[in-house]
Write a protein that binds this ligand. Structure first.
Ligand SMILES: NC(=O)c1ccc[n+]([C@@H]2O[C@H](COP(=O)([O-])OP(=O)(O)OC[C@H]3O[C@@H](n4cnc5c(N)ncnc54)[C@H](OP(=O)(O)O)[C@@H]3O)[C@@H](O)[C@H]2O)c1
Length: 238
């Protein structure tokens, strides 16, 4: 059995990859998951080159089967789960009259439904880790648009607002057993997801993926009685 192990979804680029790197540095064995296999394998190679132990599972995480496949592979390889990072997400903008049902369901699926299913499928492992080590940690990547609804990104905002409240509910339901939950709420981060806005907000004026990774390092290090339910990351003037 691994000494400490983590799952990171959406780890093929951006914020998820930065968090996976921090977890690798901190000695966690990793299972990383994302949708497109070739892109995920490139990220996995980079993590392995740094000497980290990595399992990978490619697939759509809006589907229950996709979530179950990640958890099964992780359970089989490592037999324990200390940190779960629910980070995979997608944002598709549209004015309300033009919301496409398929794109609505895709955002609900990966941004929200998968997080609920990951908790359900892993809570036994998280409980065992908390019993063994005193704590286990779940980090959910929400967004600042889950705190303040955004026009055009209304569906995305609604899914991220639900991530914030689901995280709070999990905190209240599970923290007494040592399972901590934290919602991350960033503004614009320099990742592939924000390519659409880099004409107006230059990449160098955005939050970096490494900033989010360092926040997760803090969450790993605080004492068992210290819970950080939410972190907002905003840019100057926002
Ligand atoms: N960048 C920002 O400004 C910002 C701000 C606030 C919150 N966030 C949130 O941060 C998280 C990470 O985003 P990012 O900015 O790092 O963007 P990113 O680099 O595009 O990463 C998104 C990750 O999620 C995966 N993913 C997307 N849809 C998926 C699906 N259906 N099934 C499985 N994996 C899927 C992607 O894999 P593929 O590339 O293969 O699809 C990729 O690994 C998201 O939840 C996003 O909403 C981002």
């Amino acid at each position: 059995m691994a000494q400490r192990a983590a799952i990171v979804t959406g780890a093929s680029s951006g914020i998820g990859l930065a968090i996976a790197e921090v977890l690798g540095e901190e000695g966690y064995s990793l299972t990383v998951a994302a949708r497109r296999p070739e892109k995920l394998e490139q990220a996995v190679q980079g993590l392995k080159d740094k000497g980290y132990e990595v399992e990978s599972v490619a697939g759509a995480l809006g589907d229950e089967e996709g979530v179950k496949a990640v958890v099964a592979a992780h359970r089989e390889r490592y037999g324990r789960l200390d940190v779960l990072v629910n980070n995979a997400g997608v944002g598709i903008g549209a004015p309300v009259a033009e919301i496409d049902t398929k794109k609505l369901d895709m955002q609900l699926g990966v941004n929200l439904r998968s997080i609920i299913l990951f908790y359900r499928e892993t809570v036994d492992l998280l409980r065992a880790a908390a019993k063994d080590q005193g704590t286990a940690l779940v980090v959910n990547t929400a967004s600042i648009s889950g705190k303040r609804g955004q026009p055009w990104l209304s569906v995305y905002s609604a899914t991220k607002g639900a991530v914030v409240t689901f995280t709070e509910a999990m905190h209240k339901e599970l923290s007494g057993e040592g399972i901590k939950s934290t919602a991350l709420c960033p503004g614009f981060v320099d990742t592939p997801m924000t390519e659409f806005v880099k004409g107006q907000v230059p990449a160098e004026q955005m939050i970096t993926p490494g900033d989010i990774g360092e926040a997760v390092r803090l969450l790993l290090k605080v004492s068992p009685a210290c819970i950080i339910p939410e972190i907002q990351f905003i840019r100057p003037g926002d």
